[in-house]
Design a protein around this ligand. Sequence first.
Ligand code: SF4
Length: 230
Amino acid sequence: MNSLLIYHNFSINKILIFISFFFSFEKSIKSLKCRLMDSFEKLVTEAKACRLCESFLPLGPRPVFSIRPTSKILVIGQAPGTKVHKTGIPWNDPSGDELRRWLGVDRDVFYDPEIFGIMPMGFCYPGRGKGGDMPPRPECAPTWHERMRAQMPVVQLTLLIGQYAQKYYLGATRKRTLTETVMAFEEYSPVYIPLVHPSPRNRMWQRRNPWFEEEVVPTLRDRVHELIRV
Ligand code: SF4
């Protein structure tokens, strides 16, 4: 009888220890999440207020990006055009429509930051040059990208759109031309997929390179939908 009582008390003690351990563990996780969220929000506020290269920006600073610590796919493009600058919504233009077609997603999915983080090489509209928009400001990515990527630990795929993103992220592993880099997209898998810019000005490039629509787009779509489902 005595041994039964001792066994019974011992089991209750074990359950109580387990419950208190569980609640203190849950509390620690919650406080860690709060601290991560705090530092993430601080970083976003700091980046939105950036004026680092203000003197070079004809329309002034307006950093456009959309990220969350839980984003699964990171889209790294060039820099906002005038329409994106005006609305503050990334890829809110014909290039964005074409990109969404390649990805096989609608606007609701594309603008869900839990799925897509959107972070260009230059966050602000850089102005117009002779042959179109100027390149992204060179100060921007080195100032912000690493810090932002450190806050997005679950990104599983990064889309490198255009030569500036490919140069910055692929470095010496990039091929001689953008076409060759995009053609070799499987070499950079599963971390990156390099893409041509989906601008209407590149429609001719797409017509000249039918393999892009036949091979790259379906692979891209499959990979993206696989990650959306997870
Ligand atoms: S382009 Fe980048 S570095 Fe320049 S002001 Fe905008 S956010 Fe800052």
